[in-house]
Write a protein that binds this ligand. Sequence first.
Ligand code: PDD
Length: 290
Amino acid sequence: MSRIAYVNGRYVPHREGQVHIEDRGFQFADAVYEVCEVHDGQLVDTVRHLDRLERSLREIEMAWPVTRSALVSIMRETVTRNRVRNGLVYLQVSRGQAKRDFAFPSKAVKPTLVVTARSASKAQLADVTENGIRVITVPDIRWKRVDIKSTAMLAQVLAKQAARSAGAGEAWMVDDEGFVTEGSSSSAWIVGADGTLITRPANGSILPGVTRLAIMDYAAKNGITVEERFFTVEEAQAAREAFITAATATVTPVTQVDETVLGNGKPGSVASGLRAHFHDGLEAISVAAY
Ligand code: PDD
């Protein structure tokens, strides 16, 4: 089945979707984005994703490209047209097309809005559920506004490629004091000896993950303690378990940090339990009737 993309007001065949060579997203990464999970024909945690988009737009002084409710309709339509039941929907808003100049263009320049959707690979999901992933650690070399979900992600591209080259699934970035910040495209968690879930506070040095909040809600409802505090690579290597969270990964167990295998090298029961129950009670919008 051919894929369809939404580009500036039109649904077009994916391979024909185009933005201009002087789009500010292309030239300056002057753009923000969101990725929402599609689970069983439902858009997961859309309210929080759009709240975060609103914040990202505000922080870079951009207006909504279309109204919030119109954007939800476009996301649903894109998911439907691509017949995605399980996968993700991606949306990106750039400051639009203008002659190259670092400062903002005139207010008359319209933002560029692109929305795509794609199905998840069932084989890959089964593999990470069964085996978890290895993570490597790399220095966090990003700019200081990583709380904005911007497309300026060269540091994360290099981090993820380093993981890929090492045969690992994710790279955890580490600050100058030796504390883990987050994954190249995920939030980082460890599990303490008493089952406490430990993750770095969203104090400006990480992206405030939507999946991270969903885990906190789940933990609160199920009597699981969450501690928001810094942890080092060494603490992660000595932890009972570790895992990552992201809209593209839900909860994915981590079985090895650099050269150190955690526990028996298999996904731990806490992470596996969170993964199994992840969708219980989440806010979701129905999309697909097929
Ligand atoms: N990335 N931290 C970073 C740096 C991320 O890029 C992401 C998500 C997360 C997790 O956020 P959330 O739970 O809201 O997905 C944390 C998306 C999935 C991506 O770029 O593909």
